[in-house]
Design a protein around this ligand. Sequence first.
Ligand code: 13P
Length: 390
Amino acid sequence: MPLVDMGDMLRAAYAQRYAIGAFDFVSLDMLEGILRGAERARAPVILSVAESHFRHFDVELALAAAVVAARRATVPVAIHFDHGSGIETARRAIAQGCNGVMVDASDRPFAENVRITREVVAMAHRCGVPVEGELGYVTGVEGEDAELHPLDPQPTCPDEAEAYVAETGVDFLAVAIGTVHGRFRGTPELDFERLAAIDRRLGMPLVLHGGSGLAEADYRQLAALGIAKINVFTALADAAATAIRERAAAGEDHLLRLCADVREAVAQEVERTVALFGSAGRAESLDARPWREVEHVVLWNSDGLSEGEVEGLFAEGRQALAAIPGVRRVFTGRAVQAGARFRYCWLVRFAGREVIASYRDHPHHLAFADGRFRPVAADRCTIDFEDLGS
Ligand code: 13P
């Protein structure tokens, strides 16, 4: 059961008081290592891409690889967009394969955070995609992640958290209870009392950012107090860098051999941490719905358009329809066989079932379908197919 509903995944973890690792990857080696580690541990896992890392790699390519990796994984996988800045990047992440998104407006005043988060929730929920918001502020370590997370730490206030969840409709909440992004200096002091108070108020899956480098006992306590997702990047990046450094120190200078141990180093770190999170061994018993894309198929014949006019119509439609939230691809085609019952088709791939209704009612679709397409395509057949495997 490869790609699954992330809401189901985190609600199951929350109910059973364990946490699922959400690992940010920045390379193919890391992606493969994460899945190798999760599969060895039989742990459900979340593959994450963080918007703040996008200047280091092409996210469209990275997500295409994650989708392929998830399809062939033997443990439940979700694909998550980490630290998104707002609605447009979240829409793109869903279009490129994410089935969970985070919106991080935690550096803004409360009302603005609520406004930005609500917008993303409304869009993502129309696609069936759950949303993580953040309240309070998790800072970055000086000299490492400080430029990405520059403000002073701000612990999450339980009262505000309750209001934030009610006003935004987020599915999961990231909390600030003493962790930082990057490598800790000294010993982290986690505010478990605060976490327990937030958990009592909200009763929903909570998320911990800055999950690298905590004490082993801390992870167990975090899960016991409602943390259902722990984000990790630095620990994997360090494991990868150490593997490269050791090869370099041994005199290696060829790229392939320098990187030869990265996947295994990442896999071992993933295996170690998911055991601490309590998610090792949960893959087989996890009760989560499979995540299924939908192919919206429209077969049609034109009422007297020339081939050139059909191509113009297709180009216009591709442009208008691809921007609708939840649309992953717009394929337009002409039958190869001259005598086919239908000469043309649209294959519009939706992120999931919920998109059938939100796409139908979207202003771009209504304008194009009613204004341009239907008047010239009376002879047509439309069916939505859900993915049963490919
Ligand atoms: P670390 O880099 O400290 O592991 O934090 C990762 C994180 O929180 C990503 O969202």
